[in-house]
Design a protein around this ligand. Structure first.
Ligand code: BGC
Length: 734
């Protein structure tokens, strides 16, 4: 009885809904704005479940409107053709580009065309590269990772989201979680360095910071994680080059940071420019469909990188726009940035050469995120809030903190910190009074807001210290000099790769001359990438890496140089002795002839290993204890150590936990960072640091790429950097 009734009801429902669809479409084609205003448009009803809204909307869309939802042109002008496209529902999102100014007023006007003048009123997403700050610029991502402070990174992302969202930005093309092991590649500056765990942890923190707990909240924005996948492995460190990446390399090294961001709820992923062993990332069904969607369950949308769909022709896997569009969309790349190949698919669908179902799935993924961002309920941005929320005292304070926490002390022959009554010090070098310290991607930041080194030091001088700025090194009249050297903001970043990663423009020679003329030389380096500092190490009495620290550069530097803050940054990439050693990273695989993997003219050791960084105090490690030395598979254990501050000032230490499986069915990396903690200790204080090691950390991918735990012995080290092996224990898995 029940089943008859339900069949009857289902059939009746079908008939009714068919009649309704007929009535709706008949009506909508005679009166386009009626859909927009129609009270029966379920997709406009915020109380309906998202899936109901998405399906309701999709049902009403023409093929052109569907393809419109997969189109992200660049916002480079504001002309009638674009207005007309908005009104026809042919634009889903804008890639806002600098220097084209986007005012809130203009954003709302454009949004009005989409929301109020188009047939279905689907709001547009405004996306922008907010990479390390919007108006208040924080240290570059590589610099920030040197803080080893993920909470700090999250806070910077929160502020960036707040400043950007009041300016009308809904989505940022960040974080970049490309593991990068070739410092010649300019974009190494945009991620968290060479290590998988660092990119995982910082990626997650940034996603959480941008998106907050509720994406519809006023000060949050969506995160588009990039570049999926393998972009950091560009051959020879040259941008956009192909990559040769085995599935093992992808799964062990390049994919995990993305998975972490997906698990953290990132709403979007950007596919990469590069080819992955023969199949470009933008048309790669293995990474986009198999891994991202089927294995990880990613529910957001994938957008291509800039012109990357059109460039499938240059890659040589498509001859025409249709072929490029077909390859990318069928592989799982939902939205096309900048170019318009996807538009050619309308004809293909009508000619039954391309399945509309594939388009529908992609459109649904885009619409779900638009609902999730709350754009249908709140498509507009309130005007006039930028001035209150941007570059505020609090935001600048956070930028100052982030900059000083990122700085890394590489050498110190008792010259730093500069104490009271140190007398006259001369400041010189290209970066002594230079505002070019905010990196490559600078959001909507303005160099005019930057505190230079000279201003920062002058405004924060200790008693009895005088700073004079000299553009002419010949006229020096002090024993101690601070030489500010580095790379300009356009010597790294996208398509800014270098074959030699030494200091440019004779800056090394300048440091040498200063030393040889009898000065005490403090070198401060403003760099975007790891550099070869072998010569500098010889001549400098102290070396401080400042990176491109952002808007508060000078003040943060004063904090560190004058000892208000004790430096605690540790590098997250290896610093080689010579460019010819590249790629050089701590976690390479074991080889059959250990100790022979070197060169005739240089060994295979770095100048500064991954994880290295000094302090104004010293730390000692003792009493490493494992809670269990013999464990079964799937059993966790604790490892603890006592860390003591053996110096005279309070300082922060990054305690790093590494692991290596001695014998396994697959060769393993010599060392793998599995956890870290940043702690603060007063002089004389000792703290016991405890790590819990879960079975996940011991798992490897076997020969079938299945995650397994193999029994055997595991080396466990706790150290100050990846080369510190003094504290070592072995745990055995039965
Ligand atoms: C870059 C992306 C960036 C995009 C939009 C591309 O050239 O590779 O990282 O998000 O442009 O600006």
């Amino acid at each position: 009885m029940t089943s008859y009734l339900s069949i009857f009801q289902t059939n009746t429902m079908k008939i009714i809904s068919k009649v309704l669809i007929f009535v709706f479409f008949g009506y909508s084609f005679t009166n386009v704005s009626a859909v927009n205003k129609g009270s029966f448009a379920k997709y406009k009803d915020a109380k309906q479940p998202t899936e109901v809204r998405v399906n309701d909307l999709l049902m009403k869309m023409t093929i052109e409107e569907k393809l419109g939802q997969l189109n992200m042109p660049a916002l480079e002008n504001n002309d009638e053709a674009m207005h007309s496209d908005l009104m026809k529902g042919k634009i889903s999102a804008f890639c806002v580009v600098r220097p084209y100014p986007l005012s809130v007023k203009m954003r709302n006007e454009l949004q009005t065309l989409a929301v109020e003048k188009s047939r279905l009123g689907i709001p547009v997403i405004f996306a922008f590269d907010v990479i390390h700050g919007y108006k208040t610029i924080f240290p570059t991502p590589l610099a920030l990772s040197a803080s080893w402070d993920t909470e700090l990174a999250k806070n910077t992302a929160q502020i960036a989201a707040c400043e950007a969202s009041v300016s009308g930005i809904d989505l940022t093309f960040s974080p970049m979680v490309d593991v990068a092991r070739d410092p010649r590649w300019g974009r190494i500056s945009e991620g968290s360095g060479e290590d998988v765990l660092m990119n995982r942890r910082f990626g997650k923190a940034m996603v959480e910071g941008y998106q907050g707990a509720d994406l519809t909240a006023k000060y949050s924005m969506g995160a588009c994680v990039k570049h999926f996948v393998g972009y950091g492995a560009a051959m020879g460190g040259r941008d956009y080059q192909f990559t040769e990446l085995s599935e093992r390399a992808l799964r062990e090294t390049y994919l995990p940071p993305f998975q972490e961001c997906v698990n953290a709820g990132a709403v979007s992923i950007m596919s990469a420019f590069n080819d992955i062993s023969g199949l470009p990332a933008a048309a790669n069904s293995f990474t986009l469909d198999q891994v991202l969607r089927k294995e990880w369950g990613f529910k957001g949308f994938v957008v291509s990188d800039w012109k990357a769909i059109d460039q499938l022709k240059a890659h040589g896997i498509a001859e025409t726009d249709q072929q490029a569009a077909n390859a990318a969309l069928s592989a799982g790349n939902d939205m096309e940035m900048k170019t318009q190949c996807y538009n050619t698919l309308a004809k293909e669908v009508n000619g039954k050469r391309f399945s509309e179902k594939i388009i529908d799935e992609a459109v649904k993924r885009v619409l779900r995120i638009k609902f999730k961002l709350g754009l249908f309920e709140n498509p507009y941005t309130i005007e006039g809030e930028e001035s209150i929320s941007q570059l505020s005292h609090e935001n600048r304070a956070l930028a100052r903190k982030a900059a000083r926490e990122s700085m890394v002390l590489l050498k110190n022959s008792d010259l730093l910190p500069i104490k009271e009554n140190s007398g006259r010090i001369t400041l010189l070098g290209e970066w002594a009074n230079n505002k070019d310290v905010i990196g490559w991607w600078t959001g909507n930041g303005d160099k005019k807001d930057v505190v230079t080194v000279f201003d920062g030091l002058s405004q924060n001088l200790p008693k009895g210290v005088e700073i004079s700025f000299s553009a002419e090194p010949q006229t020096l009249n002090s024993k101690t000099v601070i030489v500010c050297v580095g790379e300009s903001g356009n010597m790294f970043g996208e398509n800014h790769c270098r074959s030699e990663i030494t200091l440019p423009w004779g800056q090394t020679e300048q440091i040498k001359q200063l030393k040889e003329s009898g000065h005490k030389v403090i070198v401060v380096i403003f760099n975007g990438r790891p550099l070869v500092l072998t010569e500098i190490e010889k001549y400098a009495d102290a070396i401080l890496l400042a990176w491109h620290p952002g808007t508060e550069a000078g003040n943060a530097l004063a904090d560190v140089l004058f000892g208000i803050t004790n430096p605690s940054g540790h590098v997250t990439t290896t610093f080689p002795k010579k460019s010819g050693q590249i790629p050089l990273f701590y976690s390479d695989r074991t080889s059959g002839r250990p100790g022979y993997n070197s060169y005739l003219d240089v060994d295979a050791e770095p100048l500064y290993p991954f994880g290295f960084g000094l302090s104004y105090t010293s730390f000692s490690y003792s009493n490493m204890v494992l809670s269990k030395k013999l464990i079964s598979k799937n059993e966790s254990f604790n490892v603890s150590i006592n860390v003591s501050n053996t110096g005279n000032v309070t300082g922060k230490e990054v305690v790093q936990l590494y692991m290596h499986q001695k014998v396994a069915t697959i060769t393993q990396t010599k060392k793998k960072l599995i956890d870290f903690q940043k702690i603060e200790l007063k002089p004389g204080e000792t703290q016991t640091v405890t790590f819990m090691v879960s079975p996940d950390e011991l798992a490897i991918l076997d020969k079938n790429l299945k995650s397994v735990i193999e029994s055997g012995d595991f080396d466990i080290w706790i150290g100050k950097n990846s080369h510190d092996e003094a504290q070592h224990e072995i745990v055995t898995v039965k």
